[in-house]
Design a binder for this molecule. Structure first.
Ligand code: AMP
Ligand code: ZN
Ligand code: FE
Ligand code: FE
Length: 279
């Protein structure tokens, strides 16, 4: 049965509630899904409850935003204990930093002649741990740009004039946080980061898998990353990176999914890594 292991809710920059993403997954024929919000775990319990009602298995997950070697690297964590104390402590710090970052982005935009109120951005997000998609939506709403492409392309891309760095977290630190919370760490959409030279370092830190199947990966990239998983004996995972209709991304939930045998390998790696000592 197909599994979609990359789904965002409105607790980060998705536009659907946890209940709605689970409903949409059910309607798309998805039987297992992971909630992977950016730097936040607050949507998991609500999604899991809806999942129990509808017969969809919800895997607790997260997507950490990190930076290394001048690239943005996203680290997914699956089967995390989302009540883990250290994990929650770090998440709290990241969320505070996300809030401050929105003020900083608004200041930079002001210097570029764009007047956005941070409070308006938080209002669009529905929370204060906001991100660039919420900035983009505010810019569109105020008529400064026509669409997401223009907002990111002209202003808030990683190399754009209004970009502000995130809370300083390395991919290795994110991997260690996921492992400490009993999770399975996975390198998200590697072709988007385009930073293969980091893979050996990630493996040394405990990386378990690579997100091979991804809407933004073309056929060659998918084959390339599948080869890498074979070379290093890593798991191959995949998902749609669903963000909802109003998110500036049109990809539907379940657009990319993985099969039972891959899912089974991920599950057994999780069980293997968390075997009681002495077994
Ligand atoms: P942030 O968490 O603030 O760094 O924002 C990153 C998020 O912005 C990504 O996870 C995507 O959801 C979204 N994003 C990044 N680049 C683009 C783009 N060019 N167009 C639309 N959305 C984007
Ligand atoms: Zn996002
Ligand atoms: Fe990502
Ligand atoms: Fe994502």
């Amino acid at each position: 049965m197909p599994a979609d292991l990359h789904v965002h809710t409105n607790f980060s920059d998705g536009t659907d509630s946890p209940e709605v993403v689970v409903e949409k997954a059910k309607n798309a024929g998805i039987t297992e899904m992971a909630i992977t919000d950016h730097d936040v775990v607050d949507g998991i319990d609500r999604a899991a409850k809806k999942g129990r009602d509808l017969g969809v298995e919800v895997i607790p997950g997260i997507e950490f935003t990190t930076e290394a070697l001048g690239a943005e690297i996203h680290i997914l964590g699956y089967y995390i204990d989302h009540h883990d104390h250290t994990l929650l402590k770090t998440i709290k710090k990241i969320q505070k930093s996300r809030e401050e970052r929105i003020f900083k982005i608004c200041e930079k935009l002001k210097e570029l002649g764009i007047s956005l109120e941070a409070e308006k951005v938080f209002e669009i997000a529905g929370h204060r741990a906001a991100g660039r998609p919420h900035i983009a939506r505010a810019m569109i709403k105020e008529g400064y740009v026509r669409n997401f492409k223009e907002a990111f392309g002209k202003y808030i891309d990683f190399h754009g004039p209004a970009y502000v760095a995130h809370y300083k977290l390395s991919p290795e630190e994110a991997i260690k946080l996921v492992i400490a919370a009993k999770g399975i760490p996975v390198y998200a959409h590697p072709a988007v980061s385009n930073c293969d030279q980091i893979i050996p370092d990630l493996i040394s830190a405990g990386l378990a898998g690579i997100e091979v199947y991804y809407p933004g990966h073309n056929r060659e990239q998918t084959a390339h990353y599948l080869d890498i998983t074979k070379k290093y004996a890593l798991l191959a995972t995949g998902g749609s990176d669903y963000h909802g209709k109003r998110s500036g991304r049109e990809i539907g939930i379940g657009y990319v999914s993985i099969t039972d045998d891959l899912m089974e390998k991920i599950r057994s790696e999780y069980l293997h890594r968390n075997k009681p000592r002495g077994d």
